[in-house]
Write a protein that binds this ligand. Structure first.
Ligand code: ADP
Ligand code: MG
Length: 360
């Protein structure tokens, strides 16, 4: 495997890492100022930094086997280096100057599967810069800078959940986050449980347009109800006066926020699983962001002994499912599930837990 020293001839100065994340509850709530409950996954992105021997930045990705050279006087480069340049530019906008660097990236976070390899990359890069340049940045500021990088330099209109989870959560805790106030709590995962994430193998082709349409519907629903955001409504009965489809869209957001608030109180794995199952039904029937393959995968999981609950995770229209299962059972359950899923004509893949760790 390559590392900093096999790519660059200058000394390695610092190494930093940050994990990917999976959202356990609270889907499509973040752009409604609502509540989310992600946890970090064991897979991480590692960034190694050293000073450049010239006036340019040099970025290398082990996964892409690709190097991008960037003159800081030039425009933002394409592809993966945008995320790194975005971190540098976002820091510079706060008055910090960043000297030309050699940057090596390696990761075992699945890329583009909804486990937030982009936030892991940003948070690892910013952690590396914090330690190299001795910056007084706290973990929330790191998350905010990462979000700025992703919005303004990678061109992705993301909320703050991914970067906050990567910066503040770890794989044995979940992060309760109020996306309006940024109030947060680090909570234990439900007792005696383990997390399983399976990629449905269904590409998220309609995710972009569907996401924008749902955002617009939520804004329209909030406006008609006379509130700043749907987060300001806690009684699901309030949305019943809305015309369809706004009524169902708003009902998902209101009930989903309530599910996160209940889980935050500390519930058993059984109850947490029920909340996940209810979340999936709501995403499927009210929010209409599921697709038949995801529904089939979730149904197989929900019918498997040892599974407390399962739901689609991420924006939907494809992508991954998350399940809460009995400890030590994740791999067995995953293999049983994938076999049945394959019999229905689909090809899924286990993302968490990862049996073959390629880095560290
Ligand atoms: P997700 O965050 O769900 O994995 P995104 O589309 O938001 O998916 O981010 C994926 C992008 O992030 C990649 O296309 C790439 O540009 C960048 N990226 C993430 N991890 C790496 C990596 N290890 N090496 C290079 N680029 C990466
Ligand atoms: Mg991302």
């Amino acid at each position: 495997m390559s590392d900093f020293k096999s790519i660059f001839s200058t000394p390695l100065e610092v190494e930093a890492a940050a994990p990917g994340r999976v959202n356990l509850l609270g889907e499509h709530t973040d752009y409604n100022d609502g509540f989310v409950l992600p946890t970090a996954i064991p897979q991480q992105t590692i960034v190694q930094l050293g000073y450049s021997a010239d006036q340019a930045f040099h970025f290398y990705s082990h996964e892409l086997k690709e190097q991008v050279d960037w003159q800081p006087s030039g425009t933002t480069p394409a592809e993966f280096a945008r995320y790194l340049v975005g971190c540098i530019r976002s820091l510079e906008e706060t008055g910090i100057s960043v000297p030309p660097l050699n940057v090596f990236v390696a990761s075992d976070v699945p890329i583009g599967s909804g486990l937030s390899s982009s936030a892991a990359l940003e948070v690892a890069m910013l952690r590396g810069l914090r330690s190299l340049l001795n910056l007084k940045l706290n973990d929330v500021q790191i998350a905010q800078l990462g979000q700025q990088a992703e919005i303004h330099y990678a061109g992705v209109q993301c909320g703050i959940m991914d970067q906050m989870a990567s910066s503040l959560a770890d794989p044995v805790h979940m992060l309760f986050l109020d996306t309006r106030s940024l109030d947060r709590q680090i909570l234990d995962l439900p007792e005696n449980s383990e997390i399983l994430v399976i990629d449905s193998g269904i590409p998220r082709t309609l995710a972009g347009s569907g996401y924008n349409q749902r955002r617009a519907e939520c804004e329209a629903a909030a406006k008609q109800l006379g509130v700043k955001a749907l987060r300001d409504i806690s009684d699901p009965a309030t949305v019943e006066s809305l015309p369809e489809p706004l009524r169902r869209r708003a009902r998902h957001v209101v009930t989903e926020n309530n599910r996160v608030l209940e889980a935050k109180q500390g519930v058993s794995a059984d109850r947490f699983g029920e909340l996940m199952n209810a979340s999936h039904a709501s995403l499927r029937d009210d929010y209409e962001v599921s697709v038949p393959g995801l529904d089939q995968l979730v149904a197989i999981l929900q019918q498997t002994p040892g599974v407390f609950g399962a739901r689609l995770t991420g924006a939907g229209f494809g992508g991954a499912c998350v399940a809460l299962v009995q400890p030590g059972q994740a791999e067995t359950i995953a293999h049983q599930t994938l076999e049945k899923y394959q019999q229905q004509g689909f090809q899924g893949k286990i993302l968490v837990p990862e049996s073959d760790r390629s880095i560290r």
